[in-house]
Design a protein around this ligand. Structure first.
Ligand code: ADP
Ligand code: MG
Length: 243
């Protein structure tokens, strides 16, 4: 399987504290991959480096052979890399529809406003948002806000989506909705890299997993392989590898 996104020997320190330490990662095209690891392992920093928000100290990040390190975030987004945020970052005083239109106004400038509204409604439906498009984002439950943030990410049309903890704060029915959406995105040819705390989500969605601990990629493979590795077992299962 050819890697679409290749990260090699990526390092980043904040104030002398190594947050990413020579991380290697290959992300396969049109599949779901996951980064797991304890709090503070460097997972979000890895996403920040890929999307250009945090300049790494050393190492390479290439997208289909093109070096991303040194590019500003908007340029990396233009090349097809999109992301969601752990804290969602919706505009609270805009409506659900407006939150998606903000993205479409940038990507679909040539379309009429009417056409963009139709598109935004279709994306909200696709993301499974059940709230009225006229609701203020701040009035939604966290789970509904999360689906709006996914609809907004879809509006950007990115080929590669970095999802930071898509399962957090979701109840079991919402988790099922999120699984279906992420699977359909991969099936239509998008590449998904997600960060997740909830190992059930990883088991459900990911084909490949990398385990990050204190900035180092300590184990990689299928979910079953990584969960059974002594490195991850220590962190997640109190030292006992999962049966
Ligand atoms: N901009 C920053 N400045 C200083 N320290 C940071 C910054 N971003 C992250 N860190 C530190 O880097 C470590 C890893 O953080 P993070 O990547 O958010 O971990 P994770 O997402 O795995 O929980 C933490 O100790 C965090 O405090
Ligand atoms: Mg994080």
């Amino acid at each position: 399987m050819k890697a679409q996104l290749e990260i090699s020997s990526l390092s980043k320190a904040f104030g002398g504290n190594a947050v990413l330490d020579r991380v290697d990662l290959e992300v396969a095209a049109c599949a779901v991959s996951a980064v797991i690891g304890p709090n503070g392992a460097g997972k979000t920093t890895l996403f920040n480096a890929i999307s250009g928000f945090v300049p790494p100290d050393r190492g390479q990040i290439t997208l289909e052979g093109v070096e991303l390190v040194g590019m500003p975030p908007h340029r990396i987004a233009e090349l097809g890399v999109g992301r969601t945020f752990q804290n969602l970052r919706l505009f609270p005083r805009l409506t659900v529809l407006e939150n998606v239109l903000v993205a479409l106004d940038r990507t679909e400038r040539r379309q009429s406003r009417r056409r963009r509204q139709v598109q935004a409604r279709a994306l909200l439906e696709r993301a499974g948002v059940s709230a009225s498009p006229d609701t203020f984002a701040s009035d939604l439950s966290f789970a509904e806000q999360k689906f709006v943030s996914l609809a907004r990410a879809l509006a950007c049309g990115h080929r590669i989506l970095l999802l930071d903890e898509p399962g957090s704060g979701l109840d079991p029915p919402s988790l099922e909705r999120m699984y279906a959406l992420v699977r359909s995105l991969a099936a239509e040819g998008r590449t998904i890299l997600l960060i997740e705390h909830n190992l059930d989500v990883v088991r459900e969605l990911a084909e490949r997993v990398v385990f990050l601990d204190r900035g180092r990629a300590l184990a990689r493979g299928t979910p079953a392989q990584v969960f059974a590795s002594p490195e991850a077992a220590n962190s997640y299962f109190g030292g006992e590898p999962e049966p």
